[in-house]
Design a protein around this ligand. Structure first.
Ligand code: F6P
Length: 362
């Protein structure tokens, strides 16, 4: 079908497992179809500014376990709203035509965009403008619709679990309340899975705004039963009942300009005001995005990468491989971004948390 050259870029923030996807794409493209693979640098920045290189088989050898992305990432480069520094200020231009021109200059027959919702929105825009785009779902937040899981999530949950295990011992020694803040944006997946795996006593998620008095009553009950320490896991996007998100900064150039962070202080200080136990806060931050992917994420990323090449070969543009049960199925990119996948309030996992005595701050 005349498919000769396929481009690949990783948009948005990085995430463990991107290199495993790039490796799978490149190996399958070369081994099964003798395609040429073009690696585009720094996400959509490379597409607008013409920065790319050919990926040979040897370029992707030995990168399976490597965190980050060998192609570089940018969560600011949106061809439809491209930031340009002019004198003192940043001005935005629609540079989508530049991206399209470079796509043709590179003689691409298809472009694989690895990314989360921001990347998928851009990919969809380029698709509407006639480019042959295929997506690969990536985010530690696990908030893309249609796929049970995105790669990177399992690794983030492992990091959180290990951190909670470590915090447990020091919380116990010092009889403290330790508040551990984790990422996830507006979804509580990392907090719920990491919190359950680490045995968090309280797990606060964006889907359930919390009442600080409920949290304090729960901790007091633990004290009455002889437990002189508590672990509170809080997702960065969690709000108090009737309250607001805690925003750390805004990044004007980003698809989602809001950067969350600091809700652990709201929770920790709220507890300290009401209970005479020492309280400490730990924000795990980008630790959750760095380093080597877990075995699960390496396998999932490899499955997604090979499935993306299959979609390219079948000419199923505008699709992305999604994990449903244990199957990889093609879904329209539009479906992935139709709505943010948050934890449903009837999720059995919330039931599991409640049944094992976890406080959800309700
Ligand atoms: O979407 C992934 C994520 O790590 C979120 O969990 C977090 O809110 C955000 O990105 C952080 O973005 P940045 O790397 O720009 O600080």
């Amino acid at each position: 079908m005349g498919m000769r050259r396929v481009g690949v870029l990783s948009g948005g923030g990085d995430c463990p497992g991107i290199n495993a996807v790039i490796r799978a794409i490149t190996k399958k493209a070369i081994l099964d179809y003798d395609l040429e693979v073009i690696g585009i640098h720094n996400g959509f920045e490379g597409l607008v500014e013409g920065k790319w290189r050919t990926l040979q088989y040897t370029d992707v050898s030995g990168i399976l376990a490597l965190g980050g992305t060998i192609l570089g990432a940018s969560n600011k480069a949106n061809p439809f709203h491209y930031p340009v520094s002019e004198e003192e200020e940043v001005v935005f231009y629609d540079y989508s035509q530049k991206a399209i021109d470079y796509y043709h200059q590179m003689k691409l027959d298809a472009l694989i965009c690895i990314g989360g919702d921001g990347t998928f929105h851009i990919a969809n825009g380029l698709l509407q403008k006639g480019l042959n785009v295929v997506g690969v779902p990536k985010t530690i937040d696990n908030d893309l619709s249609g796929t049970d899981l995105t790669f990177g999530f399992d690794t983030a949950v492992h990091v959180v679990t290990e951190a909670i295990d470590r915090i447990h011992t020091t919380a116990q020694s010092h009889h403290r309340v330790m508040v551990v803040e984790v990422m996830g944006r507006y979804a509580g997946w990392i907090a719920l899975h990491g919190g359950l795996a680490g045995g968090g006593d309280v797990i606060l998620i964006p889907e359930i705004p919390f009442d600080i008095n409920t949290v304090c009553e729960y901790i007091k009950n633990r004290i009455r039963s002889g437990k002189t320490f508590s672990i509170v896991v809080v997702a960065e996007g969690t709000k108090p009942k009737g309250g607001e998100l805690v925003i750390k900064r805004t990044v004007k150039e980003s698809h989602d300009q809001v950067r969350l962070g600091g809700v652990s202080y709201l929770v920790g200080e709220g507890i300290a005001e009401r209970i005479h136990l020492e309280t400490r806060m730990v924000i795990l931050g980008h630790l959750q995005r760095g380093g080597s992917p877990t075995a699960f994420d390496r396998v999932l990323a490899t499955r997604f990468g090979t499935a993306a090449i299959a979609l390219v070969i079948e000419g199923r543009f505008g699709y992305f491989p999604a994990l449903q049960g244990n199957h990889i199925v093609p879904l329209p990119i539009e479906e992935g971004i139709a709505e943010l996948k948050t934890i449903p309030l009837n999720s059995p996992l919330l039931g599991v948390a409640r049944s094992t005595g976890t406080c959800l701050g309700e």
